[in-house]
Design a protein around this ligand. Structure first.
Ligand code: SF4
Length: 176
C-alpha cells in the first residue's frame, strides 16, 4: 500500500498539462522553507493500493500525466515503482519530485529506488534550497533543482535535462 498525504485531481502546477498529483506521506529531508511540512511525519497518511489509484486516475480522460510529489516518494519507492509501471503501461507520462539527486539515487539507491527510477519519465530532483528560490521557475521551487529525462539519464549514466519545451518554460536547460 501507498501512504498519501493528499491528492490533487486537476493540477496545472506539478508539470505541463492537466495532471493528477499524489503527495507521499513522509519525508526525511526537512528542507528549511518547505511548503508541505505536514507531509514530513511517516506516521499516518491515507492508505491506497496502486491498482485502486490507477482506476481513479483513469476516470478523467483529460488527465494524461501523473506526478508523484511529497513528502518523499522515494521513501515508499517499491509501491510508487509499481504505480509508475501500471500508469506507463496505460500511456501516462509519469513525473516524480524528490529531495534526493539523480546521482544519489542512481549510484546508491536501493533496489526499490532503482525500480522507481526505471518506471519514471521525468524526475525533478534535489532538495528545496531557500537561497536558490525563485518564483520565475516553472515546475520547481529553487534553481538547484533539475528537470531530468529519466530514460535518457539512465541510458547515459548521468543526469540529462528534459528537452521538451513544455517542461522547460523558464530558461534553456544547461548542456548537462
Ligand atoms: S524534499 Fe520536498 S517535501 Fe521534503 S522537506 Fe524538502 S521540500 Fe519539503
Amino acid at each position: 500500500m501507498l501512504y498519501l498525504a493528499g491528492l490533487a485531481e486537476n493540477s496545472i502546477v506539478d508539470g505541463p498539462g492537466l495532471r493528477f498529483t499524489l503527495f507521499a506521506q513522509g519525508c526525511p529531508h526537512r528542507c528549511p522553507g518547505c511548503q508541505n511540512p505536514e507531509t514530513w511525519p511517516f506516521a499516518g497518511g491515507q492508505a491506497a493500493a496502486p491498482e485502486q489509484l490507477v482506476e481513479r486516475i483513469a476516470q478523467d480522460p483529460l488527465v494524461r500525466g501523473v506526478t508523484f510529489s511529497g513528502g518523499e516518494p522515494f521513501a515508499q519507492a517499491g509501491e510508487f515503482a509499481r504505480l509508475g509501471r501500471l500508469l506507463r503501461a496505460r500511456g501516462y507520462e509519469v513525473a516524480c519530485y524528490t529531495g534526493y539527486t539523480f546521482e544519489q539515487l542512481f549510484q546508491n539507491g536501493n533496489a526499490d529506488q532503482q525500480a522507481l527510477l526505471h518506471n519514471l519519465d521525468v524526475l525533478v530532483d534535489g532538495p528545496f534550497v531557500q537561497r536558490e528560490q525563485s518564483l520565475e521557475l516553472a515546475f520547481r521551487g529553487s534553481r538547484n533543482q533539475r528537470i531530468l529525462d529519466v530514460p535518457a539519464s539512465l541510458a547515459a549514466g548521468r543526469a540529462v535535462w528534459v528537452r521538451a519545451r513544455r517542461w522547460v518554460l523558464d530558461e534553456q536547460p544547461p548542456e548537462a
